[in-house]
Design a protein around this ligand. Sequence first.
Ligand code: AMP
Length: 718
Amino acid sequence: MAYPIGIDLGTTNCVAAVWQRGQAVTIPVDGQGTLPSAISVRSDGILIGQPAKGRAQIAPASSVTSVKRFIGDGKTKWEIEGKTYTPVDVSAMLLGRLKEAAEAHLGEAITEAVITVPAYFNNNQKRDTKLAGEAAGFEVLQLLPEPTAAAIQYGLDKGKNQTLLVYDLGGGTFDVSILEVKENDFNVVAVDGDFHLGGDDFDLLLVDHLIGLIEEQTKEDMGLFRSLFGRKGKKKKGSETATREMLLARQRLKEAAEIAKIELSQADRTCVSLPNILGTSLDEEITIDTYNRLIEPMVARTIEKIREVLASARLTSDDIDRVILVGGSTRNRLVKEQVTKAVKEPWTSEHVDEAVAQGAAIVAGSMAAPDLDMTPVEININNVTPFSLGVCSYEKESTRCINSIIIHKNRPVPCEEARPYELQTAAGRDNKLEAYMLQGESENPAECLVIGKYIFTGVSHTPGALAKVEIQYGYDKNGIITAAAREQSTGKALELHVEALPDDMTWLDEISRGGSFDPSNLKLIVTPPGYDDVGSVLTSLQLPFIVYTERQPLDCDIFFWNCLASTHPSAEAIRDYVSDGGCLYASCCAARDLDDAFPGAIEFDHSGCRSETIQADVIDMDLTKTVGKNLRIQYNTAACYTVSLQGPGSKVLLREAATGKDVMVMVPFGKGHIFYTCFHHHEDLSKDEKSLLQFLVMKQISVVSGIPIEAVSSEIRT
Ligand code: AMP
């Protein structure tokens, strides 16, 4: 029977530990307690750990360090020696090395592990960490938040009930957790953090200070050079034009800054000596006061997070029995001072680098079978989710998309929440429900993390009625998102595909701004009021427009053409306008005039034309949402009133409620397209008809302005 081990997969170092004979013991790797989180690829093999860290200094292009910063970002890849490595691949190599070391140390195959992750890791980061563990040959028993692991290492057998605040500041991330410990029950009450704050930022502040000193000495503008220090994960602006000298100087400055920072955690002053750097030589003393002044705003941000997490746990600093510091950057003296001021004198583990792995080993030990040479501990852990889980949802009233939260942050995991949806189905197509999942607290989806597009397929066709589907959203015990859907009537489970997100997500930003439909960006021209007054609809939508006058050039984004207006453009002008990419919204009486402009291109039959109110739901086929009811239309049974000169855009389907029969399809088109509606008498439309028309006009505008509202409007608001 194998030992399950605990692993701290750190940004800078990794540690493995095991619960043996009643205590957590660190497993040596290459004779050390920690394995540097570095790999380096050579033509004859891959170095892992200490030798890779050394080689990374001289061969940075063939080496990967701090892989943890990139895990789950879905885009980072390293091309080395003709092969591509993802963050999952690199993390799996580190985990594989720890596995080997554990097997050598314990003398048997190791197949199970508890792996720690920052409490503030999002879904994709957790998911990919688990994948890396599996790729290394582990069954991942649990992903344990690092602060929880640290609290367990500290709190186990302390024998009293207490409330702990764990402040975890590493190289790249910061999180703060509050736990209530009762005997061996560890309940996380609240978590908060900042995924873009860590010791590396302190280094960058020092680097910036040093560049300032170089600038003073050389009187050279270091703008391009400064731009090489973009924050991790972001493309560094100046990289393309940087010289080799600059890249080398960057590396030297970063290393010097980190060394100075570490020295200042003990001493009151340090000296940075860098001969021959960027046309000068640096030999500067840096005092603790200078350094503290630089990092103070960042430390203040962490203190603010402590206040927030206390508030969300409804506690004050007096309620905290013990503050535990975790992570290399808590060795900064200002951090300790500020935490002491804000809460109380913190406690630091003797084995600060090993505490997290040892906590994980205790948890692994609690899961072990009793026939091992160890006494399994009985501990219960209750974690919470650090992020709210939401769905991108289209809010018709404000014509923008919002993050509609389903599970709020700080809820104990695992948890589940069901939401019912109704959707119109059609025969002969795969009826599906789509949801863009978000993690974050903001109502603005662009300020949240988009996890992916969740597509549930195989909804049974329900003629004459809306299909009822229930989606079960949740978090598993590791805080990884779960989602499942089933049909309410049959109980049938729907198949789920998670679609990768497109590279360009700028549309999300646009759609989240209510102003994405800002009419000032679009020029709308409308023929004068006549039989078919679309102007009143635009007015009710508060969209400014220009009234068409004779011989006016059609230099607009959308031309709304009421063919019975007293003044209207010639067939030739219409043809030129559309051929040049103009968007034409033509009303029900446009048929003959359209035919003049585009002879034979459009199929019309007005012979049986009549006006009628039909009991019908109007369904947007992309949004799977009812957008109108009981529509009064001028329609023709022989011909479908859909015209497209250049292919369809997104459709709106009109389905007769009684029979489930598709009555017609209306298609808003993109540029160079015609959008033809057949509403009768726009001036006296019913409420439903009007809201439908507003919807169509708005949609048309969104198509013309290039904002794919259908892409984000996947939640049905009932
Ligand atoms: P971790 O992710 O917990 O391994 O923490 C790594 C971060 O801790 C890096 O930014 C290190 O530069 C920083 N660090 C390590 N030792 C010290 C120290 N003595 N003083 C200040 N920062 C340190």
